[in-house]
Ligand binder design. Structure first.
Ligand code: M6R
Length: 611
C-alpha cells in the first residue's frame, strides 16, 4: 500500500527521497511524487503516474533541489491513478505540501466546508483536503495547525507535511497507519516502513496514534494530541538491509521461498526447550490452557490460511473448538467472545487494517488477546504487547505474495497446538516429545523440497497458458489448497479455486472437462482412499491431475494421477508445511512463464493498511 518518505538535512533531498521510494516500491503503487523546498523557500512538486522510472525521467528533465522534502508512492483509493491524483498535494497557494497514507473518512464534509471557505480542489483524492485544511488552520505555527487538523480528521493517516513558511522543518503525524522516524548526524528521516530508513539509521521511533512529530536539524520532537512533548525509546533494527534485498535471486518471491528452511529453524529455536512441558514462550499457564473454552483465530489472506492450519491442528491435538475467520467479516458480525476464550490475530506486517480492527473489537468485548506477527514494533504487536505476541522469525518479507511468513505462521500454529495439547493433557507425552523432535528435522526436509523447483519449472512451461486451475485436498490438505489457489491467482492472474475434495460432487465437478488442470495435495494417509476416489471422478471427466504427494504414499497414488511431485515423509501434521513449498514454486514458475511482475502483482499491496 502507499509509501511515505521524508527528509531534512544538509544533503540534496530528491535523491534520498527517490531512494526511499524505491525501497518502499515492494508495497505496491500506481503513481509517485516528491515535493522539495528550494533555496528560495518555494515548494516544488514533481509527480508521475505509473512506475517510479517515470518520476525519475521527469526529474531528469525537470530537476528540483533543496534539503527538505517529502515523497510518496500512491496506491489509489479515492480517484483513479493519474498525475493529478498522485501525492504530494498542495493548498491553493502551493505553500503547504502533504503526503498521506490511509483514508480520511470525513473528507466529503471537509471538502464542502473548505470549498465554501474558498479552497479550489483539483484532484479527486481525500488527501487534498488535508493540504487545504492545514492552510485554513495555519496561523504562523504548523505544529498548532497540525494538531487542530488531526482533531478534525476522521479515519486513518500517516502524514508528511512541509510548509514554505517553516522551510527547515518536516512534520509527521499518524493514526492507524504506520510511520517510523529516525535521526543521525543532523539529518532526520521519516518513512512508512523500515527498509526506507535502514541505509541511513538503525535507531528509529514508531509514532503512536494521534501523535505528531517535528523534525529539524536539531533533531526530533514528538507530541501527543494535546501538544504535550512525549519521549519514546529508540528501537534498534537488528536485521540487515541485505535481508531486504534480492541477493542474486531473480525475484524476492523466489528468494523468500528459499529462505523458508532458515525461517522455520529461527522460529522454532527460541521455543525449543530441553525440559519437557516447558512452554515459557507461551503466555498461557497450564491452568488457563485447561480452562480455555474456545479460540478465535482472525486474519486476512494468507495469514487467514495459516489460521485454518491452526484450527485443524489445535482441534486435533488440544481438543478445543477453534474458529478461523476472515478479519473483515469478524469485525462487523457482532462476534460472540467471552470469558475463557482467546482471540489470536495473525499478521505478517502487523499493520493490516481489518485485522487490527478485529483485534480492537475483540479487546473491547473483553477477550484475552494474542498475536502471531512477523514485524517487531508493528501496530498489532504493540497493541497486544510483546509478551502476548508470538513472533515469527521469517525476516523481512518483501514480495507481495507471502511465502516464508505463511510457513512460520503455520509453524507457530502447530507449536501452539502441541503446547496446548500438552498442557490440557489431551496429547500423550511420548507424542509431544516425538512431534517436537521431528520439528527440528523440518528445515532439512524443507531444503530437500526446494529441489522440486526444476520439475515445477518444466511443468509450468506446459501449463502456463491454462485459464483455470483447481486445487483440491482434504483436511489439512484442503487448508493448504486454499493457500495454493491464492498464491497462484495473485502472482499469475490465473483463475484458481480451492475445493475440499469431498465437495467436488456438490457442484464444482460441473466445471471439469478435458484439459482442465487439477492440483491435488495428498499428505494425510488417513484420508488417502477418500481423496483418491475423488480424483478418479476428476480424471474420468478428462481433467489433468498433478499430485503433491508424500513419498510413502506415491505408489498408491500413481495410477490415479498424471504426474507426481514427491515430498519427503513427515508426520501428518508437518507434511503440509513441506507440501506448501512446491505449491508456492508452482505459482512462482507459472507467473514467470507468463511474464508477470511476480514481486509486484497488479492491484495488490504488501501491507493493506486501509479497509
Ligand atoms: O500482513 P498480513 O499478514 O496481515 O497481510 C494479510 C494479507 O493481506 C496477505 O497475506 C495477502 O493475502 C498476501 N498478498 C498473500 O500473499
Amino acid at each position: 500500500m502507499c509509501g511515505i518518505v521524508g527528509y531534512i538535512g544538509q544533503r540534496e533531498a530528491a535523491p534520498i527521497l527517490m531512494d526511499g521510494l524505491d525501497k518502499l516500491s515492494y508495497r505496491g503503487y500506481d503513481s509517485a511524487g516528491i515535493a522539495v523546498i528550494d533555496g528560495t523557500n518555494k515548494i516544488n512538486v514533481r509527480k508521475a503516474k505509473g512506475k517510479l522510472e517515470n518520476l525519475v525521467n521527469l526529474l531528469e528533465t525537470s530537476p528540483i533541489t533543496g534539503c527538505v522534502g517529502i515523497g510518496h508512492t500512491r496506491w489509489a483509493t479515492h480517484g483513479e491513478p493519474s498525475d493529478i491524483n498522485a501525492h504530494p498535494h498542495t493548498d491553493v497557494k502551493g505553500g503547504i505540501a502533504v503526503v498521506h497514507n490511509g483514508i480520511i473518512e470525513n473528507h466529503e464534509s471537509l471538502r464542502n466546508f473548505l470549498t465554501a471557505e474558498g479552497a479550489v480542489f483539483i484532484s479527486q483524492t481525500d488527501t487534498e483536503v488535508i493540504a487545504h485544511l492545514l492552510n485554513h488552520l495555519y496561523k504562523g505555527n504548523m505544529k498548532q495547525a497540525l494538531l487542530r487538523a488531526i482533531s478534525m480528521l476522521e479515519g486513518s493517516y500517516a502524514l508528511g507535511v512541509v510548509c514554505d513558511e517553516e522551510p527547515g522543518v518536516l512534520y509527521c503525524a499518524r493514526n492507524d497507519s504506520p510511520l517510523v522516524i529516525g535521526e543521525k548526524d543532523g539529518e532526520c528521516f521519516a518513512a512508512s516502513d523500515i527498509p526506507a530508513l535502514l541505509s541511513h539509521t538503525r535507531d528509529v521511533i514508531f509514532l503512536k496514534d494521534k501523535e505528531i512529530a517535528r523534525l529539524d536539524k536539531s533533531g526530533i520532537s514528538v507530541y501527543d494530541a494535546y501538544g504535550t512533548p512525549c519521549q519514546h525509546p529508540l528501537f534498534h533494527v537488528d536485521w540487515d538491509i541485505s535481508s531486504a534485498e534480492k541477493g542474486g535471486y531473480a525475484h524476492y518471491m523466489l528468494k523468500e521461498i528459499h529462505e523458508q528452511p532458515e525461517a522455520l529453524q529461527k522460529t522454532y529455536a527460541p521455543r525449543r526447550s530441553q525440559n519437557p512441558g516447558d512452554y515459557a514462550w507461551l503466555p498461557i499457564s497450564p491452568e488457563d490452557a485447561r480452562n480455555l473454552r474456545k479460540i478465535s483465530i482472525v486474519a486476512c489472506g494468507t495469514a487467514y490460511h495459516a489460521g485454518i492450519v491452526g484450527k485443524y491442528a489445535i482441534e486435533r491435538l488440544a481438543r478445543l473448538p477453534v474458529e478461523a475467520e476472515i478479519a473483515s467479516e469478524y469485525r462487523y458480525r457482532d462476534p460472540i467472545i467471552g470469558e475463557n476464550e482467546l482471540f489470536i490475530a495473525v499478521s505478517q506486517s502487523g499493520e493490516t487494517a481489518d485485522t487490527l480492527a478485529a483485534l480492537r473489537e475483540a479487546k473491547r468485548r473483553g477477550a484475552r488477546v494474542m498475536a502471531v506477527c512477523n514485524v517487531v514494533g508493528s501496530t498489532i504487536a504493540r497493541e497486544v504487547g510483546d509478551a502476548n505476541t508470538l513472533y515469527t522469525y521469517a525476516g523481512p518479507e518483501i514480495a507481495v505474495a507471502s511465502t516464508k511468513a505463511y510457513m512460520t505462521q503455520a509453524e507457530v500454529m502447530l507449536l501452539l497446538a502441541i503446547a496446548l495439547g500438552d498442557m490440557r493433557g489431551t496429547l500423550p507425552r511420548e507424542r509431544v516429545d516425538a512431534l517436537l523432535e521431528e520439528l527440528v528435522t523440518l528445515p532439512k526436509k524443507a531444503e530437500e523440497v526446494l529441489k522440486t523447483e526444476e520439475h515445477l519449472q518444466r511443468f509450468a512451461s506446459t501449463a502456463s497458458q491454462k485459464k483455470h486451475v483447481f486445487f483440491v485436498g482434504r483436511g489439512l490438505d484442503y487448508a493448504l489448497s486454499m493457500e495454493a489457489a491464492l498464491k497462484l491467482k495473485e502472482v499469475s492472474y490465473i483463475f484458481s479455486e480451492a475445493y475440499a475434495a469431498g465437495e467436488l460432487k456438490h457442484g464444482p465437478i460441473a466445471l471439469l472437462q478435458p484439459g482442465r488442470l487439477v492440483v491435488a495435495t495428498i499428505t494425510q494417509p488417513s484420508l488417502l482412499d477418500k481423496t483418491l476416489s475423488n480424483l478418479r471422478e476428476v480424471t474420468a471427466r478428462g481433467a489433468r491431475v498433478v499430485a503433491i504427494c508424500r513419498e510413502s504414499l506415491q505408489d498408491k497414488v500413481r495410477d490415479s494421477v498424471e504426474e507426481i511431485i514427491a515430498i519427503p515423509d513427515a508426520d501428518d501434521l508437518f507434511a503440509p508445511l513441506l507440501a506448501v513449498i512446491p505449491l508456492q514454486l508452482f505459482a512462482y514458475c507459472m507467473a514467470v512463464a507468463r511474464g508477470c511482475d511476480v514481486d509486484k502483482p497488479r492491484n495488490l499491496a504488501k501491507s493493506v493498511t486501509v479497509e
